[in-house]
Structure formats: C-alpha cells, structure tokens
Design a binder for this molecule. Structure first.
Ligand SMILES: Cc1cc2nc3c(=O)[nH]c(=O)nc-3n(C[C@H](O)[C@H](O)[C@H](O)COP(=O)(O)OP(=O)(O)OC[C@H]3O[C@@H](n4cnc5c(N)ncnc54)[C@H](O)[C@@H]3O)c2cc1C
Length: 395
C-alpha cells in the first residue's frame, strides 16, 4: 500500500500526524504538485482517533460556518471512493437525532432551519414518522424520557474509517509523498525571525519552512514545542460494539439528552458511543462506568437489545476546544506553523474538507473563506462559534 523511506534532511512541508487529517492534507498537496512532503507519525498509520472512531459522517451542524464546512466534506466523501479508486464503504443511511424535552425540540428546529437555508437536507420529524423510520425504537410514553420529535438528515451515515485512512495513504504514496510511521516529533526549532526552521524527530532533524500540526488529541503538546498555547483540553472518548445481529437498524440514532448514539454495521454489530469521559486524560483505557452508562441509555431507546452481549470496547483521545469547533489555519506567533486541530469528538467527517482547504492555504498562501471562521484568533477576539449543541454527543 505504501513504501518505507529513509528520512531526508529537508522537505518543503512536514505534516505531523498520519491520521485522516494529515494524510488528506498530504494527498491534496500532491494533487497541487507539491510532493516534497513528509507525513510523520510516532506510531502506525491511523493509530490515533482516525482508527478508533465510530465513523459518523453528517453536515447537520448548528452554526452557518459549521454547516457550510461539513457540507463540503460530505460532498468530498461522496466522491472519495472514485477519487482514491478504493472502496471506503460510505453508507448514507440517514442520521436521526431524537429530542426528549421541549428545549431539545427547539434546538433541533433551529438546526433544521439553518441546515435548509444552506441547502442541507435536514428536517424536523414527528414521533409517528420516527416510528416508521426506526421500528425497533421505543417511541411509547413508557420511558422516563419519552421521545417528542427528531431531526432527520438523510445524507448522513457511516463509513469504513480504516479504508479512508488506507485509501488516502495509498494515494499519497503514489504521488511520491513520503509517509514515515514510528517517527516521533520531539521538538520544533524556530529562528530569530519567528519562522519555523527545523523539526526534531526520533530519527533525525529535518529542515523545513512549513509544519502542519495534525495531531488531534496530542495537538497541545506539539503546539507547546513551537511556544504556542492552545485553548484545548484532551479527553478520552469510548465506544463499544455488540455481537452480530440480523439487520434491524438502518439509520444512525442519536440522543443528546441520554448521551448516547447507536448504529448497526454491515457486519451486524451494534456500535454504541457516548459523550467524552468526565475527566481530562491521555489514557486510552476502557472503563466499566462507560459500559454501564452506555448500556442503560441504549436500553431506554432500544429495550429489544436487553439480552445482547458486548463484544469489545475501546477508547481514543479527543482535543476539545471550548466552542466545539476546530482550529484551522496559520498563527501570528510563528510563521510557517499551521494548525488543523480541535477536532474533538467530531473530526473524522471533516478530514477531506480540512485536507483540501489546508492544502489550498499552503499552496496559495491565502486562507480559504470556508475555513476563515476557524482561526485560533477567534478566542482572543471573543468570537467563539457555539457548536456544542450539534457536536457534543452527535459526533
Ligand atoms: C471513540 C471515538 C469516536 C468518534 N466518533 C466520531 C464520529 O463518529 N465521527 C467523527 O466525525 N469523528 C469521530 N471521532 C473523532 C475523530 O476520530 C477525530 O476527530 C479524528 O479522527 C481526528 O483525526 P486526525 O487525523 O486529526 O487525528 P488522529 O487520527 O488522532 O491522528 C493524530 C496522529 O498524530 C500522531 N502523533 C501524536 N503526537 C505525535 C508526535 N509527537 N510525533 C508524531 N506523531 C504524533 C498520533 O500517533 C496519531 O496517529 C471519534 C473519536 C473517538 C475517539
């Protein structure tokens, strides 16, 4: 799929992180003819959150900035198998967020209206329509928090995360761009004019004028090496899958009130996720607390799953910004240091658009309009984006 290389003493661009973001940036740089590029990762390809996520793709966000950006990414995902000549198994089965309170219904209505104004297929649906869409879901008044309405987003769905990572990696390799797994970045040297000068790694030092930080859960540690503090805190996020069942669930189901989301894979396993762990940490262990909460909340929605066995459970790291929106672009403090971080619990779906736009930024030197709202400077300028209502659990 991709070749091993000796590390060269210099590259035009060094990308730190070989997850979906780092590899997508490299791929779209290659398409622009920029190929003296190295993608470095301290571990194996996709060993970060890109290989641990639940792969929900959607664009029904809350802010106009978020909706426009994620819509671009969904459209790139729709063409990705063809683009990479690799089956990424994108299943646009529809995404349904249910509300159990009047306030929850109002938030979904706001989102539906913003989505539709921007051309995204998304609408409020009644309990009757939900019952038809998802026969296994308990829409009765028996649960302690009955369902009142839902936000239905037909283009949303799930994808095969490994295939996306491997497809981009194969594309990058064919362009002549080098991928260096097991190459840890331990320092970044900045010259007296505050420009990026060198990247120090476990396999040697590289001279470069452009470095991209695409390290998600570890992004604050890399920023720190360049003397930049990020308003980001890293939290673990867990998920689990059950044993295989006959197909019974044909949509992604989310409940923000119950802090749970559920879908069924092509193999029949039920994938269940929740919100982030309640404490910041770099530990990727699984906890009983998560499994108990996930099971209890799932059974509120799907009592039919009561006897189903859990097959496996895992965790990944999430780089949480205060407004649940990413940090993308250049910074004033250090010339040549570019961020593609702040992807929290929701960044896998953003890989193609972020990759495409960061590559454009590097190639042209200009920040594309669609990523302008995500500049780090928004925090200093008191202009956070407020995406929490659409990103906290809905991933
Ligand atoms: C359980 C779970 C479920 C999720 N579900 C969804 C979902 O359904 N939909 C969605 O859109 N998003 C989801 N996410 C979030 C999503 O997975 C991430 O936002 C996304 O994968 C981030 O991709 P990335 O390429 O930026 O980072 P990563 O894939 O984390 O890659 C970063 C890489 O940087 C490397 N690195 C770190 N430090 C160094 C260093 N010093 N030197 C070299 N390399 C380094 C790491 O080894 C890692 O491979 C979920 C996350 C988790 C954990």
């Amino acid at each position: 799929m991709w070749h091993r290389h000796n590390l060269k003493p210099a590259y035009d661009v060094v990308i730190i992180g070989a997850g979906v973001h780092g590899l997508a940036i490299a791929y779209y740089l290659g398409k622009r003819g920029i190929t003296r590029v190295a993608v470095l990762d301290k571990g194996y390809l996709g060993g970060g959150a890109s290989g641990r996520n639940t792969a929900i793709i959607r664009s029904n966000y809350r802010t106009p900035q978020g909706v426009a950006f994620y819509d671009e990414s969904v459209k790139l995902y729709e063409r990705l198998a063809l683009e990479l000549d690799y089956n990424v198994m994108f299943s646009q089965q529809g995404h349904l967020t249910v509300a159990h309170t009047d306030r929850g219904v109002t938030t979904l209505r706001e989102r539906a209206e913003t989505n539709r104004l921007l051309g995204v297929d998304s609408r409020l649906v009644s309990v009757e329509e939900i019952a038809e869409l998802v026969p296994g879901l308990d829409v009765s008044t028996k649960p302690h928090q009955p369902i009142l309405a839902g936000l239905y987003h037909p283009p949303g769905g799930i994808i095969r995360h490994d295939a996306v990572v491997w497809g981009y990696a194969r594309g990058v390799d064919r362009q002549g761009i080098e991928i260096h797994p097991f190459t840890e970045v331990t320092g970044i040297r900045i010259d007296s004019a505050r420009r990026v000068e060198e990247v120090i790694t476990s396999r040697g030092t590289i001279a470069t004028r452009t470095v991209v930080n695409a390290t998600a859960g570890w992004c604050s540690t890399i920023a720190h090496m360049a003397g930049i503090e990020l308003p980001i805190v890293t939290y673990p996020l867990q998920a689990l899958v059950t044993e295989r069942l006959k197909p019974f669930l044909h949509h992604v189901i989310v409940s923000a009130t119950l802090h749970v989301y559920i879908n069924q894979t092509d193999r029949g396993e039920v994938v269940i996720g929740e919100e982030i762990d309640p404490y910041p940490s770099y530990h990727m262990g699984s906890t009983l607390r998560f499994m108990e909460n996930a099971a209890a909340h799932t059974l509120e929605l799907f009592p039919c799953l009561a006897q189903v066995k859990v097959l496996r459970q895992w965790a990944g790291l999430c780089d949480m910004p205060p407004d649940f929106a990413p940090i993308i672009g250049t910074v004033d403090e250090v010339e040549g240091f570019i961020f593609d971080v702040g992807w929290g619990t929701y960044g896998f779906k953003a890989g193609p658009a972020a990759g495409y736009r960061v590559a454009e930024l590097i190639a042209t030197g200009k920040t594309p309009a669609v990523i302008e709202p995500f500049a780090l400077s928004r925090f200093a300028n008191l202009q956070p984006l407020g995406e929490k209502a659409a990103a906290a659990v809905s991933h």
